[in-house]
Design a protein around this ligand. Sequence first.
Ligand code: CTP
Ligand code: CA
Length: 229
Amino acid sequence: RAAGHEVADLTGKHVLVSAGGTREHLDPVRYLGNSSSGKQGYALARIAAARGAKVTLVAANSELPDPAGVQLVPVTSTRDLYDEITSRAADADAIVMAAAPADFRPADVAEHKIKKTADGSVPAVSLVQNPDILQTISHDRGRADQVIVGFGAETGDAEHSVLELGRAKLERKGCDLLVVNDVSGGKVFGSDTNEAVILDRDGGALPVPSGSKDALAGVIWNLVAAHWK
Ligand code: CTP
Ligand code: CA
């Protein structure tokens, strides 16, 4: 089924999608962030709504226009995203974590803007780890019919291929599907196209050829819908 067809096959389902990149503030005006545009998550939300689902989109710092017919919940940090996703998880038939949550946050947030000092000394930033949202919702889920989808941006190395890393990530997270992107050389970020392999828990791997983010979203919803059949 191609994306864009007005087949209302997700009618009656509530889907929760996260998008964008979280920001972890150092002081009121500065943060640690990443270059996720939010495009893939917004495409997932838009396509699900077009196919009849009730959609909640938890969006971190995306500048994209609000998709029509979607409940939008704006967040800033990984902990905000954690709160919004975990509090809504029980009510969702599917959860797709397309956001890029920052793995770490500054241990302390300065109340006022950090100033340079006259002696040229440099502040040290110490980091603490953020909670893992995908792992939490996968491990805590109370329903067998709930489908949980993660994304894994990987750069392979000499020891492990992108797919091996993706397989290990799927196991670690405990999700049903993992959409693996090869991001070696800065591919994917901000781009309008995407190329991926979708791994499932039974060892399956579905390659999705390079195409639009809407097309990849359509394939992801097809696989989610197949779980409900
Ligand atoms: N994710 C999450 N919570 C986090 C970090 C990541 O829910 N704190 C989700 C992402 O939204 C994505 C999946 O987990 O769906 C994989 O993210 P990724 O950054 O690739 O995984 P990490 O476990 O953070 O591993 P890495 O060390 O490779 O960054
Ligand atoms: Ca990460």
